[in-house]
Design a protein around this ligand. Structure first.
Ligand code: NDP
Length: 321
């Protein structure tokens, strides 16, 4: 990387989303990226489900490197109701990207998987070797299988064509530019939006479920720095989990409390225990990451939440919600 004759052009699919925007920010502050061209794609630049639209993007930008983030994503309910579409759209997007990377001679492709695609019945902590060890949770079967195939195909492309295609596996991501939809968003952005509304209306903030489940959250800009590192320096085809350590797991209750403090919400935080909790724990191991990056400093969650809350309040009218 960086020692090539041709100019470096990095194409980021899904460049307008939570993770894409964070990479954009990190790259703008990175001296090593000064001589490089970074292209951040929106779905408006072309629907990646469509093969000819994808080819047109590769012809136009002639990327040497690709970070592939674009995906059909959605909350639990949506995933359960639309398994066929979640499989087909993601499978087509991923196939178009991988095949165009091969045809157009891309030197490295980094695709994004997710810890939610691991086997439902497993031992903890989850690590990179367990990805295919059993069926995923039935609720997101379509999404999970499409994502798992990326890892399988990375190996096939390496073996048959010598392609340098790899993947990374983040835990729950949060930060500015998230989807703050209360019904369909992830837990942190959903709670931030709820807290904002409760403060505006002078009402209680209601947390769905008992608040006891434990989760690992990674701040989007930390993930972005690690993704740029994977692009530049990680040489394996095997995936790598990008997560805070097992000791940094926090309960949903603690997260809700931190959000109330960051929002300066003085009302009551109440729990609606008639709502489902989801899995109690799904701890992932970041041992492999630590073996490569022992000194990487993660943003403390309190500080990351403050940044996300401040961004949401300042950008309320434009935020996805
Ligand atoms: P977002 O929903 O914030 O962004 C999705 C991006 O994909 C947007 O830029 C969107 O474009 C683009 N996109 C969606 N469909 C298409 C399409 N058919 N053609 C072209 N572009 C499309 O996602 P995140 O940033 O949260 O997620 C990025 C990646 O990280 C995904 O692969 C996701 O599976 C993975 N991930 C996310 C986690 C999280 O907690 N958020 C956790 C683990 C993994 P536009 O907005 O312009 O329409």
């Amino acid at each position: 990387y960086g020692k090539t004759e041709s100019p470096t052009v990095v194409l980021v699919t899904g460049g307008t989303g939570l993770v894409g925007k964070a990479i954009n920010k990190v790259v703008n502050e990175d001296d090593a990226a000064k001589g490089e061209t970074w292209v951040f794609l929106s779905s408006k630049d072309g629907d990646l489900v469509d093969r000819s639209a994808t080819e047109a993007i590769f012809k136009k930008h002639q990327p040497t490197h690709v970070i592939h983030l674009a995906a059909r994503v959605g909350g639990l309910f949506h995933n359960m109701a639309k398994k066929v579409e979640f499989f087909r759209e993601n499978m087509l997007i991923n196939d178009n990207i991988m095949e165009c990377c091969r045809i157009y001679g891309v030197k490295k492709l980094v695709s994004c998987l997710s810890t939610c695609i691991f086997p439902d019945k497993t031992t903890y902590p989850i690590d990179e070797t367990m990805l295919h060890n059993g069926p995923p949770h039935d609720s997101n079967l379509g999404y999970s299988i499409a994502k798992r195939l990326v890892d399988s195909m990375n190996h096939c492309y390496k073996e048959q064509y010598g392609c340098q295609f790899t993947s990374l596996i983040p835990t729950n991501v949060y930060g500015p530019h998230d989807n703050f939809n209360v019904q369909d968003g992830h837990v942190i952005p959903g709670l931030i939006h709820k807290c904002y509304l409760a403060k505006q209306k002078g009402e209680d903030m209601v947390l769905w479920g008992s608040g006891t489940p434990m989760r690992q959250f990674i701040f989007s800009e930390d993930l972005a720095r690690l993704i740029v590192w994977v692009l530049r320096d990680y040489q394996e085809i095997e995936p790598i989990i990008l997560s805070v350590g097992e000791e940094d797991e926090v309960s949903i209750s603690d997260v809700a409390q931190m959000i109330c403090e960051a929002m300066d919400f003085k009302g009551k935080l109440v729990k609606d225990t008639t709502k489902a909790d989801g899995q109690f724990k799904k701890t992932a191991s970041n041992k492999k990451l630590r073996s490569y990056k022992p000194d990487f400093k993660f943003t403390p969650i309190r500080q990351g939440i403050q940044t996300a809350v401040d961004w949401f309040v300042e950008n309320y009218s434009a935020a996805r919600k």
